[in-house]
Write a protein that binds this ligand. Structure first.
Ligand code: GDP
Length: 457
């Protein structure tokens, strides 16, 4: 495939210690060489691959020195894109970095589209589609754990599993083929049936396992959507502040889809929490009052976790009971706050209302009970085995959709086998399953989908 040479600033925009302009393509080294001047007059076209060179970027038309740089030069195919790659390390001022990029473009490179370097790595066969998607996830990853998931996927964990399943299906299909071609051998048919059930069940179990992780995967990627509710003055802001300060907000003040929804990310015992509508808590006393009952119900409905705060120093009120009604059936943790004051709440009544869900007592003022609260959050999410880091999580919605489709196909195949449906029909289901799994790693995807995926950067 003939691809032109692309260029982009590959570090975040803004003032930084260094910024990198990256070139990739057949002309990358020639273009960099035209702009580069080293103290010893060495030419980039003549140096070894995977070496770094000190020098200056020069505007070839005027001879002006634009920037002092370190240039890394890597010849394909041992590069991210498998093409020749040059990385020009600049000092980081936005203006100079842009000038270096403009010079590269003036001298034969094309401005890269979003995601185009990764797209090339895919097109040139260095990574498969799920790995390319992982690169995008990695860039967006908001928490360490999400990063590990993305890293694992990038290393091809999901791909390897999917490939293994496809291989199993392929072998089964080959076996079925023999059966169709030589129906006169009875034992072949018997064996085929046994093997079909065995292999299809194996595939089914593995797909189910992957899909089971998808809920967790999504949460790891996006954070557990968490809402703090409670009557005015019970300590909601104090709780928010304590969670944020204890756990260092990872991303603060991200405006949500509407301007008044503010989110904050914190990580509690490895669980990423996306605290929703924190503006509501901070600016006015009462979330319910501020956003109206209807909307607050909606916010509650969409939450993965509700932190319901009560006052230890007051009797349970009608409003408190209503709050319990509103969060029926949801994951909640009840926080009874202000234990430093005299007890006026009936804790047994609280426990009854919580009906088995965790109840924690705190004095946020005196920093008591926060550990127990964090413990409860961790326990809720990781019920047992999910902490394992080598589990393959599926977190990408495209993968989830394809796995779900593949699950349907394999289920149909198995039902077909059990019901004694002609084997060539079962074969169709198995083939479909094989194709759907293939789409995850990009074996059978259309050009348009690829363009769309990479443009999401
Ligand atoms: P919100 O209206 O629910 O957000 O409640 P705030 O977090 O603003 O707290 C209301 C008042 O209660 C503030 O004056 C806090 O300092 C106080 N407060 C919060 N937690 C405690 C606690 O554990 N004990 C005591 N005695 N006061 C607290």
């Amino acid at each position: 495939m003939e691809l032109d040479t692309i260029a982009a600033i590959s570090t975040p925009l803004g003032e930084g210690a260094i910024a990198i302009v990256r070139l990739s393509g057949d002309e990358a080294i020639d273009i960099a060489d035209k702009l580069f001047k080293s103290p010893s007059n060495k030419r980039l076209t003549e140096v070894d691959s995977h070496t770094i060179h000190y020098g200056h970027m020069i505007d070839p038309t005027t001879g002006d020195v634009v920037e002092e740089v370190m240039v890394s030069l890597m010849k394909g195919p041992k590069t991210f894109t498998r093409e020749d790659v040059v990385e020009i390390n600049c000092h980081g001022g936005l203006v100079t970095v842009n000038r270096v990029l403009q010079l590269a473009v003036k001298n034969g490179a094309r401005l890269a589209e979003p995601g185009e370097f990764t797209k090339r790595a895919f097109l040139n066969g260095r990574i498969d589609l799920s790995q390319a998607e992982a690169v995008m996830d990695l860039i967006r990853a908001k928490t360490d754990r999400a990063m590990n998931v993305a890293l694992g996927q990038m290393e091809g964990r999901l791909s390897k599993l999917v490939q293994k399943l496809r291989q199993e299906i392929l072998e089964t299909l080959a076996h079925v083929e023999v059966n169709i071609d030589y129906p006169e051998y009875d034992d072949v048919e018997e064996m085929t049936h046994k093997m079909l059930v065995e292999k299809a069940t194996y595939v089914q179990i593995e797909i189910n396992k992957l899909l089971q992780t998808s809920g967790q995967g999504k949460i790891l990627r996006e954070g557990l959507s968490t809402v703090i509710v409670g009557r005015p003055n019970v300590g909601k802001s104090s709780l928010l502040n304590s969670l944020v300060h204890e756990n260092k907000a990872i991303v603060t003040d991200i405006p949500g889809t509407t301007r008044d929804v503010i989110e904050e990310y914190v990580k509690v015992r490895g669980v990423p929490l996306r605290l929703v509508d924190t503006a509501g808590i901070r600016e006015t006393e009462d979330i319910v009052e501020r956003i109206g009952v209807e909307r607050s119900r909606k916010v509650l409905k969409e939450a993965d976790l509700i932190l319901l705060v009560l006052n230890y120093h007051e009797e349970l009120s009608h409003e408190d009971v209503q709050l319990f009604e509103a969060v029926k059936g949801m994951d909640i943790i009840v926080i009874v706050n202000k234990t430093d004051l005299e007890q006026r709440i009936d804790l047994q009544q609280v426990k009854d209302l919580a009906s088995g869900r965790p109840v924690v007592t705190t004095s946020l003022l005196e920093e008591q009970g926060i550990d127990e609260l964090e413990e409860a959050i961790g326990a809720l999410f990781f019920q047992g085995n999910l902490q394992s880091n080598d589990l393959t999580y599926v977190s990408n919605s495209r993968h989830i959709a394809l796995l779900t489709a593949a699950q349907t196909s394999i289920n149909e195949a198995l039902t077909g086998i059990e019901e004694g449906i002609p084997i060539d029909i079962v074969q169709i289901d198995l083939t479909r399953c094989w194709e759907q799994l293939g789409e995850i790693i990009g074996d059978s995807v259309h050009e348009s989908l690829i363009d769309q995926l990479f443009s999401q950067f």
